[in-house]
Design a protein around this ligand. Structure first.
Ligand code: NAD
Ligand code: ZN
Ligand code: ZN
Length: 346
């Protein structure tokens, strides 16, 4: 089968041929219908060898949907032919966090050498993929696979971050979304659907700002030295009750800290290496700052339910598997509108 692999530290992803894997006991084999590209793939591909933590080559893709084609011994709760989405943050299944469905915060994954698909385990950018447990698949329930695949990360991650701040997003409040790419353009829609907040989007690219407006941002403004002043002005000096930073670089994190309101939330979702000092006189009173990671299994179900209710729609660009390197180049150049999705069967 064809697969997109990161094969050597520093090398560009390559389309290669590898054997179709066979599901071991308890595992599920999917025929992949769609796989999403995420900016985090670059974070993995820019790590030095000693920080990688798993061997190469790695089949990429941590957003996947597919059809069950074979199940390993002992698997009884999924059937061949089921259309499913992969819950990516694989955990041990037994620690207290996993018991809560929060496998994204599994306490033992590292110790047990458990990695998400495409981030250590073989991922979704291939004609077939192994899911290590039926626990990590969720029924698609009639959703279009191409539309649904980004929901497993570009939907789930902002959903998890936003859900926590909903009590603060009351009428008259403001939410700021920094970076309106794959995650950000879904975040705007989630905020509009789940809260009455005024939504201000920031990006460095005019086309992304146009997309932000199209998907529901009340204001979409260039992200630069003026942005903090603009947010303050648009909020009557108050600042934003919640700031979601989908870039996470030093300048955007600083911006987030400067435009958040008293008692507001800052979520650093982007993994751009920035950090925000919190302290008396450094941040407004009682601001809370978090760096959330992905989301829980039940939250994925909730996001899929929202999509079924037709209230969020992901903008996608599709590519055949052979064109994955082009898709990565476009993502790298910041020219993908919404999410790039690979169709491995084409
Ligand atoms: P993307 O490339 O689709 O979108 C990033 C957007 O940020 C682009 O529109 C770009 O123009 C914009 N941008 C770049 N610099 C900016 C700046 N200074 N100010 C404002 N906007 C700026 O990326 P994505 O796939 O949506 O991922 C977003 C970030 O979230 C990445 O850092 C990714 O690694 C991270 N991520 C984190 C998690 C998590 O669980 N914490 C999950 C998925 C992705
Ligand atoms: Zn991701
Ligand atoms: Zn666990």
């Amino acid at each position: 089968m064809k697969a997109v692999q990161y094969r050597a530290v520093g090398a560009a992803p390559e389309v290669v041929r590898i054997p179709v894997p066979a599901p071991g006991p308890g595992q599920v084999l999917l025929r992949v219908t769609a796989a999403g590209l995420c900016h985090s793939d670059f974070a993995v591909m820019s790590r030095p060898a000693e920080q990688l933590g798993f061997p190469l080559p790695l089949t990429l893709g941590h957003e996947g949907v597919g059809t069950v084609t074979e199940v390993g011994d002992g698997v009884t709760d999924v059937a061949v032919g089921d259309a499913v989405a992969v819950y990516g943050p694989w955990g041990c299944g037994t620690c207290v966090k996993c018991a809560e469905g929060k496998e994204n915060y599994c306490l033992r994954a590292r110790e047990l050498g458990i990695f998400p698909p495409g981030l250590g385990a073989p991922g979704a950018m291939a004609e077939y993929m192994i899911v290590d447990s039926p626990r990590h698949i969720v029924p698609l329930g009639g959703l279009d696979p191409v539309q649904a695949v980004p929901l497993t990360d570009a939907g789930l991650t902002p959903y998890h971050a936003i859900k926590r701040s909903l009590p603060k997003l009351v009428p008259g409040s403001t939410a700021v979304v920094i970076g309106t790419g794959g995650l950000g353009h879904v975040a705007i829609q989630l905020l509009r659907e789940l809260s009455p907040a005024w939504v201000i989007a920031l990006d460095v690219n005019e086309e992304k700002l146009a997309l932000a407006r199209e998907v529901g941002a009340h204001e979409a403004i260039l992200s630069d030295a003026e942005s903090v002043g603009m947010v303050r002005e648009l909020t009557g000096g108050r600042g934003a009750e919640a700031v979601f930073d989908f870039v996470g670089a030093a300048p955007t994190v600083a911006m987030a800290g400067s435009c958040v309101a008293v008692e507001g939330d800052v979520a650093i979702v982007g993994i751009g290496g920035g950090s925000l000092a919190v302290g008396f006189g450094t941040t407004p009173y009682e601001v809370s700052v978090t760096a959330p990671y992905w989301g829980s299994r039940s939250e994925l179900m909730e996001v899929l339910d929202l999509a079924r209710a037709d209230v969020i729609s992901v903008h996608v660009e599709t590519y055949g598997i052979d064109d994955t390197p082009t898709a990565y180049q476009r993502l790298h150049d910041g020219t993908v509108r919404g999410r790039a999705v690979i169709l491995p069967q084409e």
